[in-house]
Design a protein around this ligand. Structure first.
Ligand code: 9MR
Length: 864
């Protein structure tokens, strides 16, 4: 028979009374998650050195000999909501292999750890049920239950089961504050872009809307279009469209009846700040380097994390998990993945690749001294400096030569146990460990390093060669070990990021290696892949992601100069435009303009799925200049920035109703007011209809898919920040900035005619194939000068009557015999030592000599 011990908490200040005498406490809702350990150990945590495991349905913690204080070994659970004045009952059943006195505390989860309950409880060798009641003295959205079980000379095992904390008022049903029913992009709209919004109303008939400027003056009117019940929000909605208004200004509002939208701007400079802030996120997330107040402001400065300064273990000499390897790696540096301090090669690969792609598309705004990074002014574009921080980490995770699985990459490196919120990176005491290599990680490394190699080539050829060597070694290792998968259950102390289908990673890595090297084996791996020619496999409808990366390869093959034949190029480009057609249709059909197919779930990180679809749409626009793609890409950004069912901007610092409590161990202001909120430009993961964390489970039952989100720091499954989510935000913002002012008739800034960059030395190769009545020409323009030519403009005159009828990789215009070639969106800059290729077809009869004189930005070029 179990003994029963009943008492009241010390903080309640009363003598022991039977729990039955306080029925109100017992009647409240259950606040402990997984108190019977039927779901394993989550979300319980314990201190290092006294690990817990589930044994026969109980959680058992091995406490080593010689702990000095009760708090030297703790088993705890966070996130317990308490209401001042309400009474609570805590109960549990526990035993210990040696009799001990523990301290059972319900307390503030941060210093000064103020207790609501603090009870010394005797635990014997037979299981006994212990019960306490207490009255909370203060409101606390996230209190902590801590069993302090240390403080004895000997070693013992403490086991606990059926932990329950009930009481408090039944929490009111959570009703999100959605503000105005008139939903807009709270940042604003590009002057020549689409301008649409959504109105939530029970009305079924069209309503009048008016657009007001900052003075309240009406500048346009119209009527809404009723759209019925929107499936993602289950709201009855109308849409409205004021695209015809192009007058730039701030403080616009849309008014419908007595409802007024949040204010927004019309203008073309809306996205450059977001681009820079979204990129600054990566500097903030750097491991192994102090975050400098001069670059980020005092609030966000912090000491270097995991730099081997106590109490950190340091990432410069990291062992493997027991049994995985017997060497150590210096894997200092890199970016922390998210709100945790894990560093993952899988997720690091896609993140750095998307930053590199932003640069590869249009590096004009991402050059040296463009970002707040410590390497400003070193002659290398700042985006590449930031990327190098992660590329160095990825290559450091490679298994050394001579070891088993040499050349593969360890899947990840992280804490042995989850750390509590908040924990600043330099204050993390956990052991850091390398987890086994995986094929997916190895191919992430191969792809990202191959892309990095070609982009670093003009700036640091030796480093480019190192990257390429690492990439080729990784590729060979992946080919030799094509099915080494990460364990889906390896999720303690860090995320699992497991992925048992690596055909997409093989395609992506092969594509990057082929673009960089032109190698025949890589070409074969691209065109011989089961994914080649399968648009649906390359571009899954829910959006590409860390686990589905083929699109990264396909997008680069479609836009970056490479050795595919014209018909192969056409095939991969049509996969891009085919996918974009689907997303554009979805956006047009959706009342919130969302480029996500209605049947696709709102998954963990849904905002990044939206943004990755924006990347596909934007690339399709770059390729075709079809305004339908641009418009859908921009309405995708509208959704992220406020035109959504919750009327929230999911980017901190942008929009009137921006989120600010994302899950993060340093930006944890919600838990400790001395810590900052996330910095401007931090994207929240967004709605996740699977309710995969305790807060979401508690608050969001029954939510409509796009409303399964809460701006709460403990809701890690809806409200975390992550490098692979901020990367497409940065890409999309950079793209939107570059097409601002573009009316849809041509690509934006990179080729802006009439504004050529500085002249530089150049050499032109001009090769023509003739046939009866026609010709096809390939041109290579090499920059032989010392600085980048951006944008560029090549001119020549035909001696004869050639007429250009078709062109690719350049905007070519002909006026009589005079021809001008300018960049398309992705080749606006020719770096020193770099070149651009483009081509055209034409018609001609009779003589057709090749031109022999060319000027680049007004300066004569050599002809090679
Ligand atoms: O982004 C990841 C998401 O796709 C998965 O469903 C989820 C659960 O495995 O994990 C997410 O990644 C988290 C990672 O495991 C640990 N760092 C934080 C990441 C974002 O929440």
């Amino acid at each position: 028979m179990l003994g029963v011990v009943l008492s009241t908490g010390l903080a309640a200040g009363a003598l022991a009374v039977p729990a039955l005498a306080t029925p109100a406490a017992a009647e409240g809702p259950e606040l402990i998650d997984n108190g019977d350990f039927s779901d394993g150990t989550d979300p319980w945590w314990w201190t290092e050195g006294s690990p817990g495991t589930v044994v026969d349905g109980r959680l058992c913690v091995d406490v080593p000999a010689g702990t000095a204080n009760p708090w030297d070994a703790i088993l705890g659970q966070d996130g317990l909501p308490l209401t001042a004045g309400e009474s609570y009952e805590l109960s549990y059943t526990a035993s210990s292999t040696a009799p001990i006195t523990i301290r059972t505390n319900v307390q503030l989860a941060v210093d000064p750890w103020t207790t609501e309950l603090a009870s010394p409880d005797q635990i014997g060798t037979a299981p006994e049920t212990v019960s306490h009641t207490f009255t909370a003295s203060a409101d606390n959205t996230a209190a902590q239950l801590a069993f302090q079980i240390g403080g004895s000379a000997g070693a013992y095992t403490f086991c606990v089961d059926d932990v329950s904390l009930t009481g408090g008022a039944e929490p009111p049903v959570y009703e999100p504050d959605t503000g105005s029913p008139v939903r807009v992009n709270q940042v604003g709209y590009l002057t020549t872009g689409p301008k649409q919004g959504t109105f939530v109303t029970e009305a079924t008939a069209a309503q009048g809307w008016s657009l007001r400027d900052a003075d309240g003056t009406q500048v346009a009117t119209g009527t809404t279009t009723p759209r019925g019940v929107d499936p993602i929000s289950e709201q009855n909605v109308h849409t409205f469209d004021f695209s015809s208004v192009t007058e730039a200004g701030d403080g616009y509002t849309v008014v419908i009846g007595d409802a007024v939208s949040e204010p927004f701007s019309l203008g073309d400079g809306l996205y450059d700040g977001l681009r820079d802030d979204a990129l600054a996120f990566f500097y903030h997330q750097r491991s192994g380097i102090a975050i400098d107040a001069a670059l980020v402001g005092q609030e966000y400065a912090r000491p270097a994390g995991h730099a081997n300064v106590a109490p950190n273990q340091g990432d410069d000499n990291v062992p493997c998990q027991p049994g995985v390897c017997d060497y150590r790696l210096d894997a200092a540096g890199g970016w922390y993945d998210a709100g945790d301090h894990g560093k993952y090669v899988v997720n690091g690969g896609i993140s750095v690749a998307q930053l590199l792609s932003a640069f590869e598309r249009d590096g004009a705004e991402l050059g040296d001294s463009s970002l707040a990074v410590p390497e400003r002014g070193n002659g290398v574009p700042d985006l590449l400096d930031e990327a190098r921080w992660e590329l160095d980490f990825l290559t450091a995770m490679q298994v050394p030569a001579g070891e088993e699985l040499a050349g593969m990459a360890h899947h990840k490196l992280h804490d042995r146990q989850w750390t509590a919120l908040p924990t600043r990176p330099d204050q993390d005491t956990q052991l850091r460990e390398l987890h086994p290599p995986s094929t997916a990680a190895t191919l992430n490394l191969a792809a990202a390093a191959a892309q990095g190699a070609r982009l670093f080539e003009p700036y640091d050829a030796a480093y480019a060669a190192e990257l390429l060597d690492a990439a080729e070694t990784a590729w060979d290792a992946a080919v030799a070990h094509p099915a080494v998968y990460a364990d889906p259950n390896d999720g303690t102390g860090g995320g699992a990021y497991s992925d048992n289908d690596v055909s997409d990673e093989f395609f992506w890595a092969a594509a990057e290696l082929f673009i960089t090297t032109g190698g025949a084996d890589y070409r074969q791996a691209v065109t011989g892949s089961e994914l080649w020619g399968d648009g649906d496999a390359l571009f899954p409808s829910g959006g590409f992601s860390w686990g589905s990366t083929a699109a990264l390869g396909a997008l680069d093959l479609a836009t970056v100069d490479n050795g595919l034949s014209a018909s192969e190029l056409a095939s991969v480009r049509s996969a891009v435009t085919g996918a974009a057609d689907g997303f554009a249709d979805s956006a047009q059909g959706a009342a919130y303009g969302l480029p996500l197919a209605p049947e696709d779930d709102f998954v963990w990180g849904s905002n990044s799925q939206v943004l990755n679809n924006v990347v596909v749409l934007a690339t399709a626009y770059d390729l075709t200049e079809d305004a339908a793609y641009r418009d859908a890409a921009l309405t995708g950004l509208d959704y992220i920035l406020g035109r959504n069912p919750l009327n929230l901007s999911y980017v901190t610092g942008y929009g009137e109703r921006d989120v600010e409590n994302q899950h993060h161990r340093f930006w944890a202001n919600q838990l400790n007011a001395s810590l900052p909120h996330p910095p401007a430009g931090s994207l929240a993961g967004g709605p996740n209809s699977a309710l995969q964390d305790p807060v979401a489970e508690d608050l969001l039952q029954g939510c409509a898919p796009a409303m399964c989100y809460v701006d709460h720091i403990e809701s890690y499954a809806t409200n975390e920040v992550t490098i692979n989510w901020n990367a497409p935000l940065a890409w999309a913002a950079a793209w939107a900035d570059s097409v601002a002012g573009d009316g849809g008739e041509g690509p934006g800034d990179p080729g802006d005619p009439g504004d050529p960059g500085d002249p530089a030395g150049c050499e032109v190769s001009y090769v023509t194939n003739r046939w009866q009545g026609g010709f096809s020409t390939q041109v290579t323009v090499a920059n032989t000068g010392a600085s980048a030519v951006s944008p560029w403009e090549l001119r020549w005159s035909f001696a004869d009557a050639q007429r250009i009828t078709q062109h690719w990789n350049s905007a070519v215009t002909q006026d009589g015999r005079d021809v001008t070639a300018r960049p398309v969106a992705w080749n606006g800059s020719i770096p020193p030592g770099g070149s651009v290729n483009f081509g055209f077809n034409g018609t001609v009869t009779g003589a057709a000599a090749d031109p022999t004189a060319f000027t680049l930005n007004g300066e004569a070029c050599d002809v090679g």
